[in-house]
Design a protein around this ligand. Structure first.
Ligand code: NDP
Length: 319
């Protein structure tokens, strides 16, 4: 496993990081969740990402149980705040000081830890003054409950404003967590250049496009049994937009000879691809089975040369 610095901080994280959205506490039984976490640890992953909203609080609990007994100093544990998790009272959502302060305590309890390494704003809150949000995050850091601050799916302008306020408050906003894969490249235009300028890294989610880039979804065929798209607990809904695009699925199949020519699986090619971007600190993978973790982690350290990158662009075009 290779490690990268997160933003301009001294924190190193495993360049392949394990996340438990849609799996722990939902699609996957607890034993299988623990097996995936153990496979991640065996493969050298030290960085784990979750959110209070995943499986409505259960994902944090399952991850906390699976990591119990591990040496805390050897792990980087990340979680997020923003979405409501239980009763939808007026203060149960967003990035107000009240919601942040109450949410961090619940997350630490469920994760069975005294602190998280990174506390992330899961989305931008258009209703709370950014000054209030950043002050609350800074106070969470000062209280020792989080070491660093990150955000998720913020625009370049929002990153710039949040970063400046954090700096004034003496805390580090070091990461952005956006969707990024061969078939979802929106961040390249503004978020990546702005982040690079500010010393912020990307921790990119869905690097295999929720399974699409493994090549297992074939155009015109039903989703394979046991896959996220066939799952009835919520996953299918999230992936269905891409599954409806037959041309995309056809082109993905054309990536197979490129992967095979490099002795990689298609999943490994997809994970390696996001890691070629210097502003990416980690590919944030999900898995429903331990074998997927072992397979995908082998992408760590793989270099794709310019010729390969160009062939991939040619295959996918502007899909
Ligand atoms: P991926 O793109 O890695 O998709 C993971 C899923 O793809 C697996 O659960 C599995 O699903 C399938 N898969 C992965 N590898 C293989 C393989 N080798 N062979 C076959 N199938 C495979 O990422 P996710 O969409 O799971 O997201 C990863 C993490 O990113 C989340 O856990 C979360 O931490 C974070 N995230 C953050 C968001 C944000 O807003 N900040 C939003 C979404 C995710 P199956 O076996 O069921 O088909």
């Amino acid at each position: 496993m290779h490690f990268r610095y997160l933003g301009n901080s001294g924190l190193k994280i495993s360049e392949i990081t394990y996340g438990n959205w849609l799996t722990h506490g939902s699609q996957v039984e607890n034993d299988a969740a623990t097996a995936c976490v153990n496979a991640a640890l065996d493969a050298g992953i030290t960085t784990f990402d979750t959110a209070d909203t995943y499986a409505n609080l259960k994902a944090e609990e399952v991850l906390g149980d699976a990591l119990a007994g591990q040496r805390r100093e050897s792990l980087e544990i990340f979680t997020k705040v923003y979405f409501p998790t239980g009763p939808k009272g007026p203060n149960d959502t967003g990035l107000s000081r009240k919601h942040i302060m109450e949410s961090i305590n619940g997350s630490l309890r469920r994760l069975r830890t005294d602190y998280v390494d990174l506390y992330q704003a899961h989305r931008y809150d258009y209703e709370t003054p950014l000054e209030e949000t950043m002050q609350a995050f800074a106070d969470v850091v000062r209280s020792g409950k989080a070491l660093y601050i990150g955000v998720s799916e913020w625009t370049a302008e929002q990153l710039r404003a949040g970063h400046a306020l954090a700096k004034d408050l003496g805390v580090q906003l070091i990461s952005s967590q956006p969707q990024y894969s061969m078939v979802w490249r929106v961040i390249e235009e503004k978020v990546v250049p702005t982040s690079a300028e500010l010393g912020i890294s990307q921790i990119v989610w869905s690097p295999v496009a929720q399974g699409i880039l493994t090549g297992k979804y074939l155009p015109g065929s039903p989703a394979p049994e046991g896959s996220r798209a066939a799952d009835d607990k919520g996953g299918a809904q999230m992936i269905s937009g891409m599954l409806g695009r037959e041309e995309l699925l056809r082109r993905v199949q054309d990536l197979r000879p490129i992967a095979e020519g490099l002795n990689l699986t298609m999943a490994q090619l997809a994970v390696a691809w996001v890691l070629q971007n210097d502003n990416v600190a980690a590919a944030l993978i999900g898995a429903s089975r331990p074998e997927q973790v072992a397979e995908n982690v082998a992408a760590s350290g793989v270099t794709l040369d310019q010729d390969v990158l160009t062939r991939i662009d040619d295959v996918l075009g502007d899909t």
